[in-house]
Ligand binder design. Structure first.
Ligand code: ZN
Ligand code: ZN
Length: 111
């Protein structure tokens, strides 16, 4: 859990309230409270919390206006979005058809 360490720190620094809509959080729904980086740089984590803002996931989403930058993605479950893309090859059958050996190789040269 080293990656989201700044969240732990931010939760210790700030009251558990969304800075945008004012919703307050407790242990039960705390997972919906996320840390927003004011400069959108998730690597900029000053220990005094000057770059952090606590936002609920909805306000955080709004804040980035669907611009899925690295900071926002890092707060999401990374396994969730990983689908099994590109494992199905729709042209596999076509390939078989093309490489099918011809059985009717009779002598049909036209002279
Ligand atoms: Zn909010
Ligand atoms: Zn953010």
């Amino acid at each position: 859990m080293k990656k989201v360490d700044y969240r732990e720190q931010a939760l210790r620094l700030f009251p558990w309230v969304c800075a945008s809509c004012g919703r307050d959080f407790n242990g039960k729904n705390l997972q919906e409270l996320t840390v927003h980086h004011k400069d959108h740089n998730y690597k900029n984590n000053p220990p005094d919390g000057s770059n952090w803002e606590l936002l609920c996931i909805y306000c955080h989403d709004n804040e980035h206006s669907r611009l899925l930058d690295a900071e926002w993605l890092s707060t999401q479950n990374p396994d969730k979005e990983k689908g099994s893309a590109a494992t199905h090859t729709p042209f596999a059958d076509l390939k078989n058809l093309l490489s099918k050996p011809r059985n009717d190789s009779g002598e049909d040269e036209q002279k």
